[in-house]
Design a binder for this molecule. Structure first.
Ligand code: 5GP
Length: 209
């Protein structure tokens, strides 16, 4: 019997570079990871596509998803709903495939409750100043939205120690390797490999004197 898929949750301040890390992980390790695509009520940014970055929904559609129990977790962030479609994640985990979720802190803690075996990673830039300049530099949010996101970051920072690992995203290539290495090590933990352990114990029992 195969092991179940590992759920890795990546959270971090808005502008910390989670999206970039995810993009590199998918490109550098083709076929290795499966990224869950969330549903959201926020407006599509220039360059984004429905079904690629997000499933873009109206508030009514999103609330219908909540009512029909289609979401593994959901949260409100900066005035919009964001949530993880349940079916995709459950199916991949059952098939033994490893899944990546890029979600904010409240959603991450909900996932941890549902899947206590999940691994939680928090991404931060090296300083608050670097965070602000990244948000300003990417030119996707208004100044008001940037201030709002920084104030959310300030609250989120109080939950950083609830995570298993901290990734300081100074250099993207190093951060990507760290995330990949953590996942590879987590898969080898004895607690996740009881099937193999029991098999060896059963086979070796024949030699017991
Ligand atoms: P953005 O609007 O910048 O794409 O995302 C805003 C925040 O929502 C980010 O912190 C992102 O990780 C989070 N987010 C994206 N999808 C989900 C989701 O499905 N659930 C939760 N709880 N947060 C999400």
């Amino acid at each position: 019997m195969k092991r179940k898929g590992l759920i890795t949750v990546l959270s971090g301040f808005s502008g910390a570079g989670k999206g970039t890390i995810m993009k590199h992980l998918l490109e550098e390790y083709p076929g290795r990871y499966n990224l869950s695509i969330s549903a959201t009520t926020r407006n599509k940014r220039i360059g984004e596509e429905d079904g690629r970055e997000y499933f873009f929904k109206t508030r009514e559609e999103f609330e219908e998803m909540i009512k029909n129990d289609e979401l593994l977790e959901y949260a409100e962030f900066s005035g919009n709903y964001y949530g993880t479609p349940k079916e995709y994640v459950n199916r991949l985990v059952d098939e033994g495939k490893d899944v990546l979720l890029e979600i904010e802190v409240n959603g991450a803690l909900q996932v941890r409750k549902i899947f206590p075996d999940s691994v939680l990673l928090f991404v931060t830039p090296p300083s608050a100043e670097a965070l602000k300049s990244r948000l300003v530099g990417r030119k996707t949010e208004s100044m008001e939205e940037i201030e709002n996101r920084l104030s959310i970051s300030s609250k989120e920072s109080l939950l950083m120690d609830k995570y298993d690992y901290l990734i300081v995203n100074d250099k993207v290539s190093a951060a990507v390797k760290e995330v990949h290495d953590i996942i590879e090590c987590e898969i080898l933990r004895t607690g996740r490999n009881s099937v193999m352990i029991e098999k060896m114990q059963r086979e070796l029992a024949l030699y017991k004197k």
